[in-house]
Design a protein. Structure first.
Length: 130
């Protein structure tokens, strides 16, 4: 579960988000809709810890600030709408990047990691793109 209370973001001295509250239950889906420039991407970046913000943010009942980086990366991920990746990169390799927080330092993916990715790709309808 992700809970946000009173989330505020200021960029370039201008308030972008003011007092956002939301709760997303584990295993559920949520859509963020609004016109261009209304703060949708800013909200997602703040929840992912990619930009400074104030207010309360908890993940799985824990304050987001109490996580170590690797732990937080296992719980929350952000994929930009227009990701940048090397030309020729396969979809399966891009999805496999999501396993990075589970690898040891300088480690490589295992058969188990590839199995997780295969399962996720099938569940999300990406199997034919692998």
């Amino acid at each position: 579960m992700i809970q946000v209370a009173g989330l505020r973001v200021t960029l370039g001295g201008a308030p972008v988000l003011k007092g956002v509250d939301l709760a997303v239950d584990e295993g559920s889906w949520m859509s963020v809709i609004g016109p261009n420039g209304s703060g949708k991407t800013t909200l997602l970046k703040a929840v992912a810890g990619l930009i400074p913000h104030s207010g309360e943010l908890s993940v799985a009942g824990r304050d987001a600030g109490s996580f170590v980086r690797r732990e937080f990366a296992r719980a929350v991920a952000y994929v930009p709408q227009q990701p940048l990746f090397p030309a020729g990169m396969r979809v399966v390799d891009y999805v496999l990047l999501g396993r990075t927080p589970y690898l040891s330092y300088l480690g490589t993916e295992t058969g188990s990691d590839r199995g997780v990715v295969s399962s996720v790709m099938e569940q999300t309808g990406l199997g034919p793109l692998s």
